[in-house]
Design a binder for this molecule. Structure first.
Ligand SMILES: Nc1ncnc2c1ncn2[C@@H]1O[C@H](COP(=O)(O)OP(=O)(O)OP(=O)(O)O)[C@@H](O)[C@H]1O
Length: 242
């Protein structure tokens, strides 16, 4: 099977400034800034094949989110090679963005003060979807995710589990081939987790969507991933079958 993601010696170093506590600390940092660097991802290499469901695992601060953000093009790598669907993700080319999507469990793509449908209509325009494609994709996903009755509800009035299902709907409306998920079940109760997992398994199996997921929940990994890559302190500690 052809690789849809190829990562070679990928490295990310953050440069940030340290500031002492209080007003004095703030004043000192204006006069003299102390910069530090942190090696978050350290020469990692792996590939993802079309149709795979890959789990990225590792302790807090291991570099999983940083890796995912580079794969989506939200962060520029410091060095190394990255090829996603034949493109360099950081270029964020429009036709490339139509083929990928990302959901971060702790961040929302939906506006909170309006019904989800308003945000979905904006997505329709952003991705240049025809009325028919929009209607078909919306109907199919809303049914699969069980959110048809929630589309007209103000997002801030939905529960965390309901909101995550709406986030997945928004992310998948344009039918991306490749989906990146950063802790999609974080904070959800057992029933909500099972529902999200069931949906992701169906998406991978029936639509053939390639999925790369990070999670601290072994239940997610066991239910979904055929293969895992374990990252520790920015380096790959294991790559193979679950
Ligand atoms: N914007 C930033 N500036 C400086 N350092 C950062 C920044 N973002 C992340 N880091 C550091 O990079 C390292 C990797 O962080 P990252 O968020 O990728 O880890 P993670 O594996 O996703 O962790 P978690 O499981 O806690 O979400 C950590 O040491 C973190 O403190």
């Amino acid at each position: 099977m052809p690789a849809v993601v190829t990562v070679r010696d990928l490295t990310k170093t953050y440069r940030f400034h340290q500031q002492g506590a209080g007003v004095l600390g703030a004043l000192k940092s204006v006069v003299r800034r102390r910069y530090e660097t942190r090696l978050a991802v350290d020469r990692i290499s792996f590939t993802v094949e079309r149709g795979e469901f890959l789990g990225l695992l590792g302790p807090n601060g291991a570099g999983k989110t940083t890796t995912l953000k580079m794969l989506c093009g939200l962060l520029h790598p410091t060095s190394g090679e990255l090829n996603v669907l034949g493109r360099i993700p950081a270029r964020r080319e429009r036709d490339h963005l139509r083929r990928i999507s990302m959901v971060m469990g702790q961040k929302s793509m939906l506006w909170w003060d309006v019904p989800a449908m308003d945000s979905l209509l904006l997505h329709k325009d952003m991705y240049g979807m025809s009325d028919k494609d929009f209607r078909d994709s919306l109907a199919e996903l809303a049914e699969l995710l069980g959110v048809t009755d929630l589309l007209a509800v103000q997002v801030r009035k939905t529960s965390l589990g309901e909101r995550m299902r709406l986030e997945l709907l928004a992310a998948l409306l344009h039918r991306p081939e490749l989906l990146f998920l950063d802790e999609p079940t974080i904070g959800l109760d057992a029933e909500a987790k099972a529902r999200v997992r069931g949906f992701l398994a169906t998406l991978n199996r029936e639509r053939g969507t390639t999925i790369v997921l990070t999670s601290h929940d072994m239940g997610d990994i066991e239910a979904l991933c055929q293969r895992i890559v374990v990252i520790e302190q920015g380096r790959i500690a294991y790559d193979g079958a679950r």
